[in-house]
Design a protein around this ligand. Structure first.
Ligand code: BYC
Length: 472
């Protein structure tokens, strides 16, 4: 079904043929818009932003670009095309037809998954709402807003499912998605990372690299779901998500490149001298990386999870790229889990209970690809320093390693040693003050803040100097 932009809510789900649903979503729409005005990007609502808007769910040629004021962005409901032959790809009902409606017995659990996914989308917009004031260039400012409007659309994607398939409870949940707020003392967002403040652009790039990548893996897992509308929604969200991770990957790459230039210019590897040269020393980049990577690891849940086992058994949430696995039932297999007790002791657990850890493992490997690319820059510049991912045991708040102090290699250490060495591993107050001191909005077309290199190319074949955001 093609995308219909003539209606108040653009969609490719033939919304017009279901008046009740259409009315319910039209009732939610002004609540969304007022949330966007109050908690979306602060102070840039009247700027014209060079944004892409989805025009097709086909991954090739699916978007158009043009200047839009963010509140006028056409947030809509877009699902990947339905495959009438699609079968359940894993779990106890492997090979049966996928579901077009929610089976009664899985209603509560599916709603919970959709709400958890939905909750992260507006949360990230809230976390990033002040960053427009300190964008290192118009190119970056535009990318921030692109990410923000698309996270808004991803909220729409989940709200559509709640309204269309979960009746009254779904409508109530949709309201609550706008009532919880990132970092709110009384009504925080559901998952930990989405309550962490993002005050600076180094954190933004780390977030879009590491946390949006959790999004990629969770969406891939949900794109396997037997509940077909959820799977199709997530398939299309993944197309948009790729740009968000690109922003993080290239953002960190540009930070590292600029730092290497300053190191060369000043003939130094000394972090303090690099800072005096206006760049971010690689040691600080590493500490920010440690923080956001470890926080994002928690988003996969516990290593051993009965929730994950039942999601898998019931066909609700699979492994990312499930078709790459040989055994889609996973009843006979086990997974070896290293435990924090007994010095290197491990335990065999049923594979289904280890699905969070399996997905986390794929995520870690994917994260490492970027680290390798950044390290190639450092190596080429002739410096011995290397960035690295800390151990998955480091600074965990969820799962077996929660609250167990380890060093970045994952060796358990005493709480006192952890407290004493934290400043080596995690951003210190003075790191944060330094990073904040670099954050100033740079709004001349083509200009770049001194702490970051320009991107290799602009957006949609436009030059880097293009005026991507026009102020009124
Ligand atoms: N913080 O068996 P467990 C994205 C809770 S990001 C707080 O260990 P389970 C995006 C858990 O809810 C992707 N609580 O874990 C990125 C459970 O609570 P209850 C978002 C946590 O259930 C950037 C309890 O601990 N999508 O899209 O197997 C920008 C024990 O649960 C956390 C999803 O997450 C945590 N970190 O898995 C914008 C997909 N971790 O039931 C967007 C939907 C666990 O005891 N969610 N808990 O009260 C899920 O699939 C699962 O809920 C989780 C947890 C993977 C999150």
């Amino acid at each position: 079904m093609s995308m219909n932009y003539q209606e108040r809510i653009p969609n490719n789900v033939d919304l017009g043929s279901n008046r009740t649903l259409q009315r319910a979503l039209e009732h939610w729409q002004p609540h969304f818009l007022s949330w966007w005005q109050n908690l979306g990007p602060r102070d840039f609502q009247v700027a014209d932003v060079y944004l892409r808007t989805a025009t097709s769910v086909d991954a090739k040629g699916w978007a158009t670009y043009g200047f839009v004021r963010m509140p006028e962005y056409r947030w809509g409901i877009f699902l990947a095309d339905r495959d009438p032959n699609r079968k359940i790809g894993f779990g106890d009902s492997f090979g049966r037809d996928v579901w077009q409606q929610v089976p009664g017995e899985y209603r509560a659990i599916l709603r919970r998954l959709i709400v958890t996914q939905g909750d992260t989308e507006p949360a990230s917009v809230e976390q990033q709402r002040m960053l427009g004031h300190t964008a290192p260039s118009l190119y970056d400012l535009r990318n921030l807003f692109q990410v923000n409007v698309e996270e808004g659309r991803h909220l729409w994607a989940m709200v559509y499912l709640l309204h269309a398939y979960f009746g009254r409870d779904g409508r109530e949940e949709a309201e609550e998605l706008l009532e919880r707020h990132s970092g709110d003392a009384d009504k925080p967002r559901i998952l930990g990372t989405f309550n962490e403040p993002i005050r600076d652009w180094l954190s933004f790039f780390m977030f879009t690299y590491f946390t949006d990548r959790d999004g990629k893996f969770q969406l891939k897992s949900l794109a396997e779901s037997s509940f077909d509308p959820l799977a199709r929604t997530c398939q299309f969200m993944l197309t948009e998500e790729a740009h968000h991770m690109f922003v993080g990957d290239t953002g960190i790459n540009r930070v590292v490149r600029r730092t290497l230039e300053v190191m060369k210019e000043l003939g130094t590897e000394d972090p303090e001298t690099v800072r005096q040269g206006g760049a971010i020393d690689l040691q600080t980049v590493q500490r920010y990386l440690n923080f956001w990577f470890s926080s994002s690891l928690d988003l996969f849940g516990s290593e051993m999870s009965s929730n994950a086992a039942s999601y898998f058994a019931n066909g609700l949430k699979g492994r990312p790229d499930e078709s790459n696995y040989e055994d889609h039932i996973a009843l006979e297999q086990t997974y070896t889990l290293e435990l924090p007790v007994g010095n290197g002791k491990s335990e065999q657990i049923p594979m289904r209970n280890a699905m969070n850890e399996v997905t986390r493992g794929s995520y870690v490997r994917d994260c490492d690809l970027g680290v390798k690319r950044w390290n190639r820059l450092i190596e080429k510049a002739g410096y011995p320093f290397r960035l690295s991912l800390p151990s998955t045991r480091f600074r965990r708040n969820i799962g077996n390693w929660a609250g167990i102090p380890t060093d970045t290699a994952g060796h358990p250490i005493g709480a006192q040693e952890f407290a004493a060495r934290q400043t080596e591993w995690l951003p210190t107050e003075s790191d944060q003050a330094f990073i904040l001191s670099l954050m100033h909005g740079v709004y001349q077309p083509g200009w770049m803040a001194a702490w970051i290199a320009p991107p290799d190319r602009g957006i949609n074949n436009n030059p880097v100097e293009y005026e991507y955001v026009r102020f009124q």
